[in-house]
Design a protein around this ligand. Structure first.
Ligand SMILES: Cc1cn([C@H]2C[C@H](O)[C@@H](COP(=O)(O)OP(=O)(O)OP(=O)(O)O)O2)c(=O)[nH]c1=O
Length: 201
């Protein structure tokens, strides 16, 4: 059976992969995550996911490497992770009371052949109005600081997400149904090949 390697430092991505019961190793990439602002959001997340997966593929003779990248898009402008608390405040102040898009790219690389398959998902997220005080209280939890758009739908942020249209896991950082489709292109069927015996109850 092929070894699966998650090229990510994100605990959320690890938890999502654990949810579906596959066995994998974690090997985070520290490649440069800069991008060309004139590219489309979908191209940016696919490129960054591919860059992370290709970087880690270079350490292995064989195995299937998974990379991912998530950004928030508001009025055509990309919001990544906040630089500091003030930046988080600015982002949340812009996002509150309206909808935005979350794009996640996923790339799967076969380390042996260097074949790459990359795709993306978009989820529309509606955020409730937030007062300045609420934004400051939320920032004080530190939850925003390592997340695109400065919020986590899976944490305290759940309190002010009114609804979403699209894949929830895409917002958290790993659109797992899309990943499953990409893995099929490499001959891997999660339910048939990969479910870890310990996860079956
Ligand atoms: C919008 C949103 C983002 N996020 C997270 C997902 C990603 O981890 C992060 C965006 O940063 P990324 O650069 O995509 O990922 P990362 O730096 O955390 O990890 P790595 O590059 O090593 O894979 O924002 C949430 O956890 N919840 C949310 O609701």
């Amino acid at each position: 059976m092929e070894k699966i390697i998650l090229a990510s430092s994100s605990p959320r991505r690890r938890e999502i992969l654990e949810l579906i019961g596959i066995s994998f190793l974690v090997h985070p990439s520290d490649v440069d995550e800069s991008y060309n602002e004139s590219n489309s959001p979908e191209d940016i997340v696919k490129q960054l996911a591919t860059r992370k997966a290709m970087d880690i593929a270079s350490y292995y003779q064989e195995g299937i490497i998974i990379g991912a990248d998530t950004i928030v898009v508001l009025d055509g402008q990309i919001l990544g992770k906040p630089k500091d608390e003030e930046d988080a405040f600015q982002m949340l102040n812009r996002l509150q009371g309206r909808s935005h898009q979350v794009f996640s790219g996923v790339a799967v690389v076969d380390a042996k052949t260097r074949e790459v398959k990359a795709s993306y998902q978009m989820t529309k997220v509606y955020m409730d109005p937030l007062s300045e005080e609420e934004i400051r209280l939320y920032i004080a939890t530190k939850e925003p600081m390592d997340k695109a758009g400065s919020y986590g739908i899976q944490g305290f942020g759940a309190i002010f997400i009114e609804k979403i249209e699209g894949d929830y896991f895409n917002v958290v950082g790993l659109p797992v149904a899309l990943l499953s489709t990409l893995l099929k292109d490499f001959g891997i069927q999660i339910l048939k090949d990969m479910i870890h015996p310990k996860s079956i109850v």
